[in-house]
Design a protein around this ligand. Sequence first.
Ligand code: NAD
Length: 361
Amino acid sequence: MKLNIVCIPGDGIGPEIVTEAKKVLNKVASVYGHEMIYTDILMGGASIDVHGVPLTDEAVETAKAADAVLMGSIGGDTTTSPWYKLAPNLRPEAGLLAIRKALNLFANLRPAVLYEELSDACPLRKDISENGFDMLIMRELTGGLYFGERYTTEENGVRKAVDTLSYDENEIRRVAKKGFDIAMKRRKKVTSVDKANVLDSSRLWRKVVEEVAADYPEVTLEHMLVDNCAMQLVKDPAQFDVILTENMFGDILSDEASMVTGSIGMLASASLNDSKFGLYEPSHGSAPDIAGKGIANPIATVLSAAMMLKYSFDLDKEAAAMEAAVKNVLKKGYRTVDIMSEGCTKVGCAEMGDLLADEIG
Ligand code: NAD
């Protein structure tokens, strides 16, 4: 198979971690008989330095013509970098918002996986964390409270601010379908999270999710109120497979879920539209404090590339091989500095990439 991939190395550790993800992808290509065609585009600070803007129209067009986008990370040190003296719409992060909008990426996917070997990093009690957990949060990304009408006013000398939480059934249906499609590739359970005891938007959410569920008889659907879900994530995270939720609930719950893994350098993410197209990137930032030192953990980017193979190319076997490579390397005791623990062997970014590539095939 020919895979047309646009890469955004970006800023900080971005170029280092994308190089290692490509190394592992290339090994997958040679073992499984695929052809990877990479085209790099500039975004964030790297684009500002060359073009004066964080994302050019040409870069967007190049991304649109690809099958998928694999990104490192963008941005610099927000207190010292000259990029942050620019107007907000010219700063690195504006590039990311612009590309998400241009590519209509409405569904955000964040896995939170606790590997047995890293369970010491988990802040939860041992009896809760010892069996590990593997969940995926599917968050609606372009609707709800963050995109509704908002204003601040003053009535009879009293200041008042209003934000609007609105969803139509089409917005709910398309993200719900994505959630169920993805559950079919996993353990076939969806927990839809809402606040249907209070909010009209949640009551519609629940109805539409149930309509979508009817097309997926193999998937078990349960509903959970968001306040209960926040508690369950720390009480019994192993109960979750796919958590499907709206924008603001997903924003908060996905950060909570990633914190309970305790390892920021391990967390992948994907943003999808209604075709097979997706933008895949680690959940962490550009880590300017360690950029250029060769010590960054490339695993989140490698796992993002595995998600790309699974969700944009339906190459489930190849994705599973990449995920197994990560597990095996951890099992053998190799660690980058951010996940290092006593008795393990410390390796740098490139060496971790070599070890992961060696595990394939
Ligand atoms: P960060 O995630 O870059 O770093 C937080 C801490 O985690 C740092 O100590 C860093 O060294 C460490 N870390 C992060 N990833 C690591 C890895 N792969 N290996 C080892 N250690 C790692 O968050 P921050 O410092 O708040 O942000 C830095 C820059 O990244 C900012 O400009 C921010 O806007 C940007 N950012 C970009 C994205 C994105 O591109 N999607 C996301 C978040 C932050």
